[in-house]
Design a protein around this ligand. Structure first.
Ligand SMILES: [Zn+2]
Length: 212
């Protein structure tokens, strides 16, 4: 891609600089959940292929999750936009059971502050309380491949934050679903405008050495 260089950092032995980020593939965001994204579960088989690919390249895998308190300004009852969802430790907050997250996945919990929406994974913390950015910097990761739910909310805010912080962003367009079609288009436009890129599994796997 002109001006940006090879978009796929998992190529050419640069695996240490790339990571996969799976945003909020939780029961409540899938059909049958409290706040379902239409066809949200369709991302799961695709993400499982990305997970295998990134594991094969020894690239780290992150999974963010909404992890809300039961009372938060994010929910309608306290003036927010949303019905209650992904309350910490409930079944709705669990990752979807078909998402094949490996043991070494770094889980980022976000939306834990009762005064904040927590749309971006950059507000998330790992199990040791480190911010997402701290973990990325400590591992020298500078390229993020992002998929998950929902394109027009948490994926959007996470991707734009990553770009603002100087990370390269590759939005995995076949591994994300949104709520509103126009908002999804606008998200893609914004990410591309800030030099983020789009890719599909076929492209990423071909460039990573033909694995699929
Ligand atoms: Zn939420």
């Amino acid at each position: 891609m002109p001006g940006i260089g090879d978009p796929y950092g998992i190529l050419k032995g640069r695996s240490m600089s790339s990571a996969l980020l799976i945003v909020d593939v939780q029961n409540d965001f899938c059909p049958g959940g409290a706040l379902p994204v239409p066809e949200g579960d369709r991302v799961i088989p695709v993400l499982n292929r990305y997970i295998e690919l990134f594991r094969s390249q020894r690239a780290p895998i992150f999974a963010s999750r909404d992890w809300h308190p039961s009372q938060t300004s994010h929910f309608k009852q306290k003036g927010g936009d949303w019905p209650p969802h992904c309350v910490a430790k409930t079944a709705g907050a669990q990752f979807h059971p078909e998402l094949a997250l490996p043991e070494e996945t770094i889980v980022l919990s976000k939306g834990t502050d009762p005064g904040s929406d927590g749309y971006t994974a950059f507000q998330g913390h790992d199990s040791r309380g480190r911010t997402f950015e701290e973990v990325l910097r400590s591992r020298g990761i500078n390229i993020l491949y992002i998929g998950g739910l929902a394109t027009d909310y948490c994926v959007k805010f996470t991707g734009l934050d990553a770009l603002k912080k100087g990370f390269r962003v590759i939005l995995l367009e076949d591994a994300t679903r949104g709520i509103d079609e126009d908002a999804v288009k606008e998200t893609i436009r914004l990410i591309q405008e800030k030099n983020g890129q789009l890719a599909s599994f076929e492209e990423v796997s071909r460039k990573a050495g033909g694995r699929s």
